[in-house]
Design a protein around this ligand. Structure first.
Ligand code: NAP
Length: 269
């Protein structure tokens, strides 16, 4: 039996185990996906131990995504983003990857653009933390022109300096940034477990595709405001699904059963 898992602290309510186990069941793979919650000081020992025990792959979440860069060999994208969310033990040595970036882009492409390319679009990313970094690099790599707005403007400007063609702003610039944009992504934690939004509804319009990285709740205030403004909406479970799909395909070399994974996710969010 193959073992995969998620390492973070806390990981109690993660949706990754049912999502990945639905994929194993659909494809008849003899595997389990389990959660690990090491003491932060023991993260490196935990990863080395998992490798020694024959674990095939680990997802990595808060607070270890940055720490993982120094513990495994990151690929070029994970290095640029500055965070690893997927560790692959199936090669000669453990490697680190970031599937949040491709997950966000695939969610937008398939559910906001009918599968069309994002090349040439203008995108506004709100947030410059871990999710904001991944989304900004993913969109830039997909050919979008990226504007990053963050509560701490200096953080947005610093991130914009490392993302090709990007520019950084404070939140007060949002209405102007959105007026001619085609994509808006909330990559802050605002909206999680509370009915709040970081984007004034008056800046939203029907030329936008709006995605929220927040997936608890699924219907955030931002997405409700966006729908009311006539925008297309993409909820955070799509981004979660496609980052999981990318990790599954990297680890197993098989095409992921996306519908089975999505069903497992959506019965639990
Ligand atoms: P993080 O690194 O802690 O970053 C938090 C971000 O939110 C920062 O930009 C921060 O701004 C901003 N922020 C926090 N409180 C705010 C407030 N009251 N007003 C305005 N901005 C505020 O967190 P993260 O890892 O990026 O995660 C952000 C969200 O994305 C979480 O809800 C997480 O669950 C979600 N996420 C979803 C997926 C998915 O697959 N759907 C993947 C990854 C993350 P400052 O810089 O000014 O502090």
């Amino acid at each position: 039996m193959d073992v995969y898992g998620l390492v973070g602290n806390p990981v109690g309510h993660s949706l990754s185990p049912p999502m990945h186990e639905a994929a194993y069941e659909a494809l008849g793979i003899d595997a389990r996906y389990v959660t690990f919650e090491p003491d932060p000081a023991a993260f490196e020992a935990a990863v080395r131990g998992a490798d020694a025990l024959g674990v095939c792959g680990l997802n990595v979440t808060i607070p270890f995504k940055e720490d993982a860069l120094a513990v495994v060999e990151p690929d070029e994208l994970a290095r640029r983003i500055g965070a690893v969310n997927t560790i692959d033990f199936t090669g000669e040595r453990p490697t680190g990857h970031n599937t949040d970036a491709v997950g966000a882009v695939r969610a937008l492409r398939e559910h906001g653009f009918d599968g069309e390319s994002l090349d040439g679009t203008t995108a506004v990313v709100v947030g410059a933390g871990g999710a904001g970094r991944a989304v900004a690099f993913g969109l830039a790599d997909a050919g979008a022109s990226v504007r990053i707005a963050n509560r701490t403007a200096a953080r947005a400007e610093a991130l914009a300096d490392s993302v090709p063609g990007a520019t950084g702003y404070g939140l007060s610039e949002l209405p102007a940034l959105l007026s001619d944009a085609q994509i808006l992504v909330n990559a802050t934690s605002v909206g999680m477990d509370e009915d709040e939004t970081v984007v004034d509804a008056r800046g939203l319009h029907d030329g936008l595709v709006v995605m929220d990285a927040v997936y608890t709740p699924l219907s955030t205030r931002l997405l409700r405001d966006a729908a009311a403004a006539g925008a297309r909406t993409v909820d955070g479970a799509w981004m979660l699904l496609y980052q999981g799909v990318a990790a599954f395909e990297r680890w197993t070399g098989k095409r992921a059963p996306v519908d089975a994974m999505n069903d497992a996710l959506r019965t639990r969010v």
